[in-house]
Design a protein around this ligand. Structure first.
Ligand code: SAM
Length: 444
């Protein structure tokens, strides 16, 4: 049996292990002397030699030094920062294998937590696996010892920032800006007081929001505006909370939007708003949701956690009427504006906290026969518990967390008597450990 400590006779005295599965954060899982070891960069089916890391009561950690028997599904990571940058953890696994593993995680969660098996496993929705990310928050650190201003994603499980000159998963229009960002910030009066930059690419323009903890000087403002003009991007400043965000250059920028061609809909958004980060997959997901809801011109649909109306407005094109509900008042106002802009007169919006008693009131306000849920990671347990006894024929849920999806499924199926007709994964975040999925429930 392999030992999780220095092993006499082994090169460097390092232990080796057989990896049996992948953890939810993308690490290889092995059992050594009866104890679980999470090994960075190891894949299921591999035998690896590893450097032991932390020793905890319930598990140990380690990092691969040599892959002694590689998985046939191992590939060379495309990104030069792979291993350091915490943005992607699965680049060493071929994209189809990533999806297979995510699908296994989804089904396992549904079986273990949800105590249900989907009657049909939907084929994975997938799209381009590089250059897909149109929204990101970049960390900024001023570290003179490391050469000045570092801009990039956080290192794996650390608070350090990986300085990036490019990023393979970011939209190329954003990635191309990376090399000049550190020089730009280094030339400002307060480089140590800019903790992050939020970037968002619409179909029409790219915007950057610079969070700053100290006031900017006139010189700083000129420098930022000039940089924005040179790179043809919109520059926003954020001196305080989200309400403080304002455009610097141009002063009246054209609103960012993305188009959902199939429905003739443009969704306008502000650079700090929630949008689905993968343009292509979002289009496919909207179509999948509309199809799985089996919409007809007589349907009354409730879209909970509706955000800017990403699903609500396409649904409006295919149903008698739709109500979108969301907890963020600013997004509700934007959703109403989007409905007007796209002439969706059968869409209405209400603001409510769906994690509270209010969810029952929203569900009881009107009779709906179809329901869409797209909750945050915490899921939609209050909604699941308060589903009305009748009326609802069909529910579709889009989820970014298989564990909460499974928990909510247990209630929808075992308490309310729906069938889990189908479930499948959606490749929203290729190369990362994040699992997006979709589930369809039908009244038994
Ligand atoms: C995963 S996003 C989905 C947004 C939208 N469906 C889309 O496709 O762009 C989840 C949404 O739930 C909203 N939300 C989070 N917690 C909420 C709560 N307790 N009550 C109502 N909405 C909430 C967020 O503001 C966010 O817009």
């Amino acid at each position: 049996m392999a030992l999780d400590r220095r092993v006499p006779g082994s090169p460097d005295g390092l232990p080796s292990a057989d990896v049996t599965s992948l953890s939810h954060d993308g690490r290889g899982v092995a059992r050594v002397e009866g104890k679980i070891v999470f090994i960075d960069d190891a894949l299921p089916g591999e035998r690896v030699r590893y450097r032991p890391g932390k020793r905890r009561r319930a598990y140990n950690t380690g990092a691969v030094v040599d892959v002694l028997t590689p998985s046939p599904r191992r590939v060379t990571a495309k990104c030069r920062y792979f291993g350091t940058c915490g943005g992607c953890t699965l680049q060493h696994l071929d994209p189809q294998a990533q999806l297979d593993i995510k699908q296994d995680q989804l089904i396992e969660n549904l079986e273990k937590i949800g105590k249900t098996t989907p009657e049909t496993v939907l084929p994975a929705l997938h799209g381009p696996s590089w250059g897909y990310r149109r929204k990101a928050r970049l960390g900024v650190r001023f570290v003179p010892k490391k050469g000045g201003v570092l801009v990039g994603f956080r290192e794996r499980r650390k608070s350090f920032v990986t300085p990036l000159q490019d990023c393979e998963v970011l939209d190329p229009q954003i990635s191309v800006l990376l090399p000049s960002l550190s020089d730009l910030i280094a030339g400002l009066s307060c480089p140590a007081r800019i903790p992050q930059i939020e970037v968002a690419a619409g179909d029409n323009a790219t915007a950057l929001v610079f969070r700053h903890l100290d006031p900017m000087t006139d010189q700083d403002l000129k420098r930022l505006s000039r940089w924005g003009e040179e790179h043809r991007v919109q520059v926003f400043l954020q001196p305080g909370d989200l309400d403080s965000v304002y455009p610097l250059s141009p002063q009246n920028p054209e609103p960012l939007y993305y188009r959902l061609d199939e429905y003739g809909i443009d969704i306008e958004f502000c650079p700090t708003d929630f949008i689905q980060i993968n343009r292509e997959i979002n289009r496919a997901l909207v179509t999948a949701v509309v199809t799985l809801l089996e919409l007809s011109a007589t349907d009354h649909v409730l879209d909970l956690f509706c955000g800017l109306g990403n699903f609500t407005l396409p649904i409006a094109r295919c149903a008698a009427e739709v109500t979108g509900c969301e907890g963020n008042r600013v997004l509700i106002e934007r959703a109403k504006h989007n409905a007007e802009r796209n002439e969706c007169n059968n869409a209405r919006f209400i603001c409510a906290d769906l994690d509270s008693e209010q969810s029952g009131e929203v569900l009881a306000q009107q009779q709906y026969n179809k329901l869409l849920l797209d909750p945050p990671r915490t899921g939609a347990i209050q909604v699941a518990k308060k589903l009305p006894q009748c009326d609802l024929e069909r529910i579709v849920c889009v989820s970014c967390n298989p564990a909460t999806l499974a928990r909510d499924t247990e209630v929808i199926v075992n308490v309310h008597g729906f069938r889990l007709a189908a479930a499948g994964v959606v490749d929203m975040f290729p190369h990362t450990q994040h699992v997006e999925s979709i589930a369809v429930y039908e009244r038994r």
